[in-house]
Design a protein around this ligand. Structure first.
Ligand code: NAD
Length: 365
């Protein structure tokens, strides 16, 4: 894509929050990352959400790792909107993030690898009030086991070691990939079954979090198992961006949207606004816990195509292709009961509503 076009897409205007909509993520055999038709392009915009229930005065200094990435940048800019007086520090090494996602960011940026950073030397006497850990290798096709495990697990371990003296509340990104190849509704208490090294690394994050929580009962460490997230500022992910974005790009180019036969695989697509809202809300958790973070809906690829056709005013029929994977999740769906009853949080966007709002942002830069 030409630089001028990219720059134009980067200029998405500030939108009013309460759209109508849902969410999603990507179409892989493991419910994370993957297949048919990429073709990236830039996205962004500002996304003001509703106010947090946290008192602003309690949140003065915030750390966000992975803040140049898709979810991390949406989170960082929302935190900036909610806590205008707070000092926000982002740590990212740009291995998959993009500085353009942080257009409008007024805080501090530390370029560093969380798994190698000397945290105490870097931040000296700075005490954070909240830490959001989003940094991770997110390309699930990276099969270098040592690299994925080292960077993802050691990054989290170092962060917890840094946060431990002050027991700073930590909310970290886990993944629905920890559930492995399964179908039906995924509940937090079902045993993990990681099917790739990315998922394995996330299971280890959950294990580490549980271990620290056991040793330090007063400390709040909350994990969120994100399902298939979609929304603004994901274009930099290329082939790893959500299937919703991939299908949108194909249809915008006048091509028939390509999905695996017969388009009836279902995914819990969750809009990034809900993901950000729950990530911030999780600071209110009364205890250390691991929660699902999905829309709670299972939406088929045929349904995604139908909503895209409706929103784009097109009538492009799906092109069904052979599925090369012997194992392919037929159905992912987050059980959101624990989130609802323990955190009092309900996602605001159905997948269809999220896609509609997302498209309005993509179509009206
Ligand atoms: N997008 C989804 O559907 C989804 C689903 C499940 C879990 N997650 C998790 O959510 C988090 C955010 O994912 P995303 O979709 O925004 O991906 P992303 O690739 O856009 O963002 C990840 C960010 O982390 C940075 N990063 C990676 N390793 C780092 C390291 N060692 N040190 C410093 N920075 C590092 C990257 O440069 C990037 O900016 C990740 O932890 C991911 O595993 C995302």
């Amino acid at each position: 894509m030409a630089r001028a076009d990219k720059a134009k897409l980067d200029q998405l205007p500030q939108r009013d929050s309460r759209g109508k909509t849902p969410s999603g993520s990507w179409n892989s055999p493991l419910g994370t990352a993957d297949p048919p038709v990429p073709e990236p392009s830039r996205t962004p915009s500002r996304l003001p959400w509703k106010s947090s229930t946290l008192p602003s005065a309690a949140v003065r200094t915030i750390l966000v790792t992975g803040g140049a990435g898709f979810i991390g940048s949406n989170l960082t800019l929302e935190l900036q909107t909610r806590y205008p007086e707070a000092r926000i520090v982002v740590v990212d090494d740009f291995r998959s993030g993009d500085f353009r996602n942080l257009q409008g960011f007024k805080g501090d940026f530390v370029t560093g690898d969380v798994s190698r950073l000397d945290w105490n030397a870097q931040f000296r006497d700075l005490v954070f009030d909240a830490i959001f850990h989003e940094a991770s290798i997110t390309d699930t096709t990276v099969n270098d086991q040592s690299l994925q495990a080292r960077d993802n697990i050691e990054g989290f371990r170092r962060l917890l070691q840094f946060a431990e003296p002050h027991q700073t509340p930590v909310v970290y990104a886990s993944s629905a990939a920890t559930y492995g190849i399964c179908s039906g509704i995924q509940r937090e208490d079902q045993p993990p079954a990681p099917a790739n090294i990315y998922a394995f690394s996330k299971v280890q994050l959950d294990n580490l979090a549980r271990d620290y929580a056991k040793r330090f009962p007063a400390w709040k460490i909350v994990g969120l198992r994100y399902f298939n997230v979609f929304g603004p500022r994901e274009a930099h992910k290329g082939a790893a961006a959500s299937m919703i974005y991939q299908l949108y790009k194909q249809m915008k180019a006048g091509k028939r949207p390509r999905v695996f036969k017969a388009g009836e695989h279902k995914r819990d697509f969750v809009y990034v606004k809900d993901v950000v809202a729950l990530t911030i809300h999780a600071l209110n958790s009364k205890r250390s816990e691991i929660y699902n973070c999905g829309s709670g809906f299972a939406f088929s690829f045929n349904e995604v195509i139908s909503v895209l056709n409706r929103e784009l005013g097109t009538e492009l029929a799906a092109e069904y292709i052979e599925n090369p994977y012997s194992f392919y999740q037929p159905h992912t769906q987050a059980d959101m009961k624990r989130v609802k009853f323990e955190l009092g949080f309900t996602p605001q966007f159905s997948p269809a509503a999220g896609i509609a709002e997302y498209l309005s942002l993509l179509e009206n830069p």
